[in-house]
Design a protein. Sequence first.
Lengths: 168, 760
Amino acid sequence: MAEELRQYKQVTCTINGKKRTTMVDVRASLTDMLRNDYRLTSVKKGCEVGECGACTVLIDGEAFDSCIYLAVWADGKEIITLEGLEGPNGELSDIQQAFIDETAIQCGFCSPGFILTAKEILDSGVLYTDDELRKLLSGHLCRCTGYENIFQAVKKTMYKRLGKKLPT
Amino acid sequence: MIVGKSIPRIDARDKATGRTMYTDDLCDRRALIAKIKHSTVAHAYVKSVDISEAEKIPGVVKIVTCFDVPDFKFPTAGHPWSTDPHHQDVCDRVLLTKHVLYYGDDVAAVVAEDEISAADAVRAIKVEYEELPFVLDVQEAMKDGAPQLHEAYPNNILNHTSYRSGNYEEAIKDPGLIKVEGWYDTPTVQHCHIENFVCFASRENEKLVVVTSTQIPHIVRRVVGQALGIPWGRVRVIKPYVGGGFGNKQDVLYEPLCAFLSESVGGRLVKLECTREETFCNNRVRHAIRSHITTYCRKDGTLVARKLECFSNQGAYASHGHAIVAKGMGAFHQLYPCPNVESDSWTVFTNRQVGGAMRSYGMAQAIFAVESHSDDICRAIGMDPMEFRRKNLMPKGYVDPFSKNEQYYDTFNQCFDKGAAYIGYNEKYKAYQNQSGPVRRGIGFAPLWYNTAVWPIALETAACRMILNQDGSVQMQVGDTEIGQGADTAFSQMAAETIGLPFDKIHILSCQDTDVTPFGTGAYASRQTYVTGMAVRDCAERLKDKILKTAYRYTRMQPYLMDIQDGNIVRVTDGRVLMSVGDLAMSALYDLDNSIHITAETTTQTKSNAYSFGCCFAEVEVDIPLCRVRLLNIINVHDCGRLINPALAAAQVEGGMSMGIGYALSEKMIYDQKTGRLLNGNLLDYKLSTFMDHPHLEAQFVENYEPTSAYGTKALGEPPVVPVAPAIRAAILQATGVPMYELPMDPHQLFRRFKEEHLI
């Protein structure tokens, strides 16, 4: 594609707490922008059509498949990628630590997306039932874990945050 | 004890923070983008390729067609090389083909400055075909006069092997025998690792460097050399972290083409990334295998004579070929010893996706057939399925004359007892007999059998290198690969245990680089804890020996009076700490009289193999009018020897169970019979199990120490997928009385069968 045929637009958004501006191809997805322009490589590409959930980011607190979200739509939005969850001194958030403790990570390719959707679920402050949790997490595909330990990580963190005792 | 502890995997923190770099994350933004022109017919000769319009598209750098590639034929299977030409893999691939063998075959490739121009150019390439008739079904493909795929293989038969023991034909003449016969069909499915295949290649100082998402870096190096006709030493392959493989990446995929495209643009950096649709259509798939089993037995379940015929759908190219169905066929006579056995297996080319390795390597197909048939026998003679298994399964003390594998324990009974107790099998089996009504429950189970590694079929070798650092820590390098299963953590635990160091003193080089890491054939055959474990043990013992011999200089104690415990050199006679390993390393390295850098390196060849066992129990609820199965409870029990890391082992089992559930209930690649085109090659239409499709997955173990193993361990990576589908089939059978003969047991299948059996 020749340069003269391209259409660019300026996009200003907050990414992981910092205001950033760049010019993007109007056809570019938010995945493209985050990976290519900002090198936020935790945003993974697994299908690029919104089926697998690996590219999930939080947009104004809500989990989205960034592969089917145009980069230009991000203008004025607040974006959080997995890189944004780590504290300034490398502190892990509770859900990241839970993924480690519960052996919820294997190849790790789906993990960034899962952790961000889990953050959205946990930040809601709602105590969900098992069935509700499964439904809320079902936008993500994982081939390594059978979802079992991911479920345990999210559920245990949910109970911990709400100060409730995990039912046995 | 470090072996046996559930230590978090060493890469968990990086993966939880998104820092882990996978292949695409490492690719420089300057890379040129390669895209492939795939055929839109299933079988044809390419008459011409018109690239005139495509070349005009701005940003296009180079277009290569099937008429421009070298004629070096190469294989793609991730098998060890054989110096015996008769045992080498079939060389039936060229980089781009003039003879299209499946819908989607590779005809031309574009290198462009960006993805959009590359995609536009691929669309603008015009291919003229001389179309040929095609064939998708194995039985059709074997017929005389069927469309012929490869000249050298009449009737499309890639290979046919047989096994005979006793005299089947004589034995079945006994008039008192009961005959049970069935056909069992398994579908074509795909691995669906979440990271699609991706690689990039460039030339650095006359060396071809390929960075790729693979399970088998050292084999990729060899095949790139074969495909481009260059010495293997000129190829350097780097394997970063891998986002899942499951056998698909145990094939050489597009690394040779990407390397060739880089060479064709002067060695510039070229990236080739598969889309999800290409991963389905143009990588590898699990072989669909159709099995026909006939059993003659007595009323008490005694097996007298058995016959097995398996037909494996290879698809268009040989890849792993006959090895898959041959492994499955081997299970038949070992799992159920019987005096008179005839088995035959055929691997047959068809104009479909290429069958390769996939988690369980033919065993999921074989065990579905064999165990479904076991339940059919029980039904025919009115025998309890558990009693039949306990009576007939490979007993303790069984030795396979070929592999020399031995059943050292009463494993099957131990596994059955554990699984049955967890799920409440005996009570539920009784309670679910003779149900009526539209919604019914059932419970079932199936055993599994698996070999560890590939000896004696092929070479088993592994290498390890250890270097003592100044601080008393150890750098470890192996040629075998971490692909998500946790191999690096397991190897580190083994090394720490044998040398006598704390776990955090082992630094494994997680990413393989064929110019740096020693040789290893890679992640497959559930081999690495067993085979690579032997290299780690041997290397660790050599390093420890060197450390203690060097310590003599500084402690004046004989090496046999010393041991290494928790990072210290300890006098064994009184337990006194003499010095730390770190102090020794410093003293030895910076010694002004006699400096020593303490290192060890070893290659171990493994000439043994080990049976791995287990079982699955499943409980289902079947809604007959809706033709739907709901999985209520499921447990896998495995005897994979001693567990190196119980939490990681359980995680492996859960992932395998999930794959087994998909295989049983929902996954299937569907073909357009009119064109041969794959119709559901994407994650929306291909029904991978989601979070909603699983109950709790329970994983338990029977830890029988494997006597032949360096750390008492044996295969676990692949076995968990194996027994799930037949266990679910048995549960559906108990609930409805209807045996299923085809996977997946989805509503389409249930509707057909319930109609046939007049349930609806």
